[in-house]
Design a protein around this ligand. Structure first.
Ligand code: HEM
Length: 515
């Protein structure tokens, strides 16, 4: 229908001009190419076994449940095979759960991009080491690796032991044999440790339960996990409209404000040092005792390389705070739960502790930590059964072949660490807690990618040694002082597998003083 030359309405034949014709043809060609590529991708992904997917929504309904059930459903997907697939809306995921399959990704120098899922961390962490990719990640990783050198970690021993002393004092008040949730106690201790080592600032969360900063870090971790599996909350503008979104933004602000303030103060202290007034400046800002924190190293780098801005430094400080607090908290809680349900193993470990410390109250030294071999094996076995990071997700930028499957570019590859660690081929009777699996003679024969609680390859955990040292100090001290018992049998323990694997209903333990 159109307006004719004499002004009457009538049916006319529309004839497009050349530019319109070219535009339409180009659009059609682009559309057809996209469709063809998409179909090819879908076809390739569909060759991989997995639960039946519906058009458009894929397997979203399959995962439409509480985080607890969702984790169980994800586990069920691994039953389709060690290479399995599922769809979340239009997004294709490939789930790997055997050492040979996992090796293809973790050992690669190419597949180092994090998946879309990590973008939920951007408001807090920006593009720090966990979330960045490409050249930025590579440069940062090289710059930050020396910050985790053995000599620097040795300096942190002091922080670990003094914060652990506070924890033990607090636990002693609760050690009357009645059950109480230790989860929160461990969280605050881990938070104090990471604040002091990353920022060089004591927030004293253990003694100040009202600490706004500690609460913000804790709440923000929970909010991010809450948002992760609720796709309707993923668009920022929707999330901001909810009370969770507003709380999220408030927590980010509290954390960023304190980090920014600390960076400024620390800069001032360093400038004062140059002027020879270091002692006064540091005491004014941080109290009497100061030690080199990660932040100082970052500031040192930025003084040599002005391209490193305050915002860059903040990204990394926040990244360490995030990566170094929830993970160790979960690992220490699972360890104590395991000890509370395996009394003979606990007794054997306490024999080792008594032999090394001779019943004294002295603080642990680096030499002690090296001697605690059985503790080391128990920690490894505990991280096998309850890995703090239950899955690692990457996005591949080019096609890859894993076993018999061609996996197209753009697919998210999820490594199911929890299932991988239960492969009976490498861990017979996988649900049994047996630290002897980590005797040197048993480890030597094992596939190098069968056990990866700290990931592996170029993007492995930069904080692994820090975490192991912290855990040894805290856990040895708790077990020197208390016997722990849990009333929750192994089979009844409810597990929440979000960003971090945690006990759904906290960690109620009975503590009995040993002396
Ligand atoms: C028991 C404690 C810990 C466990 C189980 C753990 C586990 C992991 C895992 C599995 C990854 C790889 C994540 C991924 O690719 O998605 C990772 C990365 C990372 N971890 Fe840890 N972590 C622990 C403690 C720490 C600590 C204490 C710090 C810092 C002080 C830290 C800092 C980091 C950083 C910065 C990355 C990113 C590395 C990169 O991409 O280059 N982690 N961690």
């Amino acid at each position: 229908m159109g307006v004719m030359e004499d002004g009457r309405f009538g049916v006319g034949i529309w004839s497009p001009g050349l530019p319109t014709y070219i535009l339409l043809t180009t659009l059609l060609a682009v559309g057809m190419t996209w469709l063809y590529k998409r179909q090819q991708k879908v076809w390739l992904v569909e060759q991989i076994p997995g639960p039946k997917a519906l058009p458009l929504i894929g397997n979203s309904l399959y995962f439409w449940d509480s985080p607890e059930v969702l984790f169980q459903q994800l586990y069920k997907v691994t039953e389709f095979g060690d290479v399995a697939r599922f769809w979340l809306g239009p997004r294709a995921y490939c789930l790997l759960s055997s050492a040979t399959a996992v090796k293809s990704i973790l050992s690669s120098q190419k597949h180092l991009h994090k998946s879309w899922d990590y973008s939920l961390l951007h408001p807090w962490l920006g593009e720090g080491l966990i979330t960045s990719a490409g050249k930025k990640w590579h440069t940062r990783r090289k710059q930050l690796t020396p910050a985790f050198h053995f000599k620097i970690l040795e300096d942190f021993l002091d922080v670990f032991t003094s914060q652990t002393d506070t924890l033990v004092k607090r636990l002693r008040r609760k050690a009357d044999g009645r059950p109480f949730d230790v989860f929160h106690y461990i969280t605050l201790c881990a938070l104090d440790i990471i604040c002091e080592t990353a920022m060089g600032r004591r927030v004293d969360a253990q003694n100040d339960s009202e600490s706004e900063f500690a609460k913000a870090v804790h709440d923000l971790s929970s909010l991010i996990q809450f948002r992760q599996f609720r796709p309707w909350l993923h668009p920022d503008f929707v999330f901001r409209l909810t009370s969770h979104g507003r709380k999220h933004d408030h927590c980010v602000k509290v954390i960023h404000d304190l980090a920014r303030e600390t960076i400024d103060l620390r800069r001032r202290a360093r400038r004062a040092k140059e002027r020879g007034a270091q002692k006064e400046a540091e005491e004014e800002v941080f109290g009497k005792k100061t030690r080199q924190a990660f932040l100082d190293l970052l500031l040192e780098y930025s003084e040599k390389d002005p391209s490193i801005t305050s915002e860059d430094i903040m990204e990394e400080v926040n990244t360490f705070m995030f990566a170094g607090h929830d993970t160790t908290t979960a690992a220490m809680n699972w360890f104590l739960y395991v000890m509370g349900t395996h009394h003979e193993i606990q007794s054997r470990l306490q024999e080792e502790l008594d032999a090394v410390f001779q019943g004294s109250d002295r603080q642990a030294t680096m030499a002690d930590l090296r001697e605690l071999k059985y503790l080391d094996m128990c920690m490894k076995e505990s991280l096998r059964i309850f890995p703090s990071v239950p899955s690692i997700i990457r996005e591949i930028k080019e096609e890859i072949q894993i076993k018999n499957y061609r996996i197209p570019a753009g697919t998210s590859i999820a490594i199911h660490v929890y299932r991988l660690h239960r492969d009976p081929e490498h861990f017979p009777d996988p649900d049994a807690f047996d630290p002897d699996r980590f005797l040197p003679e048993n480890c030597n024969k094992r596939h190098p990618y069968a056990y990866v609680p700290f990931s592996a390859g170029p993007r492995n955990c930069i904080g692994q040694k820090f975490a192991q040292m912290e855990m040894k100090v805290v856990l040895s001290s708790i077990l020197r002082n208390f016997r722990v018992e849990s009333d929750i049998p192994w089979k009844d323990m409810r597990v929440l597998g979000e960003l971090i694997l945690r006990p759904k209903e906290g960690n109620p333990l009975r503590l009995h003083p040993r002396k």
